[in-house]
Each structure stands twice: as C-alpha cells, then as structure tokens.
Design a protein around this ligand. Sequence first.
Ligand code: CUA
Length: 311
Amino acid sequence: MYSGASNLVTTTDNAFFLIIGISVIFFVGILATIIWFIIRYNKSKHPVAEQIHGSNTLEIAWTIIPLILVLVMFFYGWSGYSPVRNAPKDAMRIEATARMWSWSFEYPNGIKTDTLYIPVDKPVVLDLISVDVIHSLYIPAFRIKEDMVPGRTNRMWFIGQKPGNYELFCAEYCGLSHSYMFTEVKVLEQDKYDAWLAQRSDTAATAAATADPAVAGRRLIESNGCLACHSSDGTKLVGPSFKGIYDHKQAVVTNGQTREITVNDEYIIRSIYEPDADVVEGFRKGQMVTYKNQLSEDDIKLIIEYLKTIK
Ligand code: CUA
C-alpha cells in the first residue's frame, strides 16, 4: 500500500506535488494570459478599454474554481498531516537528545548511540529532548522534521519501510558548529536489529562486568557525542584531538594570557565543566557548552582512564 523509505512519504509527496502542479499551471497560465493581453489589447489596436463590470458568470467562476482548488489542497494536506500527528499506541520509544553539537539516542534497554538504529516495518516514536538551545531533527528521506525545544518534549514517529542508511541532521541553526549535527538512521531487518541490540547489550554488560574503566570511559565519550568535535586519532576538529592528550604539556589561554599547563585530572575536569576557562591555544572560545549536568566527576574519572589509553 505504501512506498518510500517511511510510511509518511506517499501522502507528503502527494500534497507537495499537487501544490507544485497547481502553482506551475497558474504560473504558465497567468504568464500566457499577460502576453496574450499585451498583444490583443494593445492601445494601437484597441484604443478604448472595455468594461467587464457586472459579469455574474465571471464572478461565479473565479469564486468557485479557486474554492475547489483550495479544498482539494486542504484534503491532500490533511491526509498527509494527520498520520504525522497520530502515532500508534504500541510504537517503540527511543529518546533522542540534541545538544550543541551532537545527537544521542537512548533505547528502551538503556543503550545509547550517536547513530539511530531502528527495525524495519516497526512504528518508532522519538521523544525529542534538547538540553540547551532549539534544534530540529530532520530525516529528509522519511519526510519528517520537528523542532527540539528546551524544557518541552516534542515527539515524532515513523515506520522505516526499506532497510538502508538515511541522513539525519539538525535543521535549525544552533550555533557555530550546527553543521556537525549530522548523523544517520540505519533501518535494519528485524533479525539484524535484534542481533545488533544483543551485541550492544553484551558489550555494555561486559564493560560493566569486567569493570574496565577505560571501556566505560570510551562508552561515555561515544554516548555523549564528544567525538563530533574531538577525534581520537590526532585529527584537528572543532576541539583538540584526544590522542596523546593526557600528561601532555599544553599551551592554553586563560583570561587572554597564554600559559603552559600539564593535562591532568584537574585540567580535564575543569575543561568539561568550564570549557572556556583554559582554552587550548589555536582553538576558539564559545565552541563547547558545559557538561555539568550530563557528566559527574566519577564519569569524568572513567573518561580520563580512556584518555590515558590513547597515546
Ligand atoms: Cu542543532 Cu543546528
């Protein structure tokens, strides 16, 4: 019955192409009429203007025809909009969190990822949470976009109908690195999805069981989207790379003065809680928000254990 990457594609495209079609017909029709009138009613051929005042036929026609057209547009618009608003009750819930400038997705069993994984042919509801400014979650292939407003949980839902990878990005300018808020939705066959979920749960359980702090630290870095701005292979992104950072002598700018520090636990905690306090030389202020509400000092200790492992 439906075609397209999501269940919302057909109805959205119908409304869109209908309105585009009507607009094109009017554009061409009006332009042709203008040109025809310029020639037909040129002053040299037609020195005295004719009067059409009081033509009932014309007045009824230009009232009824547009009325029918807008009602047809409304019908198609409504049949596209109404399913967008009404999610099925049994839909799977995933919490989508946006922050400057990364995404994280939390699944019902507590797993977090920075890419969205969903099973094919299953309705999915996203609870949309922003922890700082207004973002907007947009999946063009699914024909769905919704603002993420701090202090308010908006929702969106869809059914991924074709396995594959689709772009997901922020569609609301949210600051300097807005363009970094770019990731993917991966629509998987049910068995592949179950296997992925089991494997992720296993890794999480293993990390907890072995209590390897470096593995737990790496997980925190992934689930908080740190890697959008900090590479782990030495590449310079918005922020300094994590590679070899621990115990490294580093020039930083504090209150406009350049000084040298050693990257130790204290420096890392301050950098995560007050990113603008000591900015690494060569990077700009105002690029990162505080993670005070997201990461506890214990979390940061785990992250530090991870940082020590990437030399
Ligand atoms: Cu978030 Cu733009």
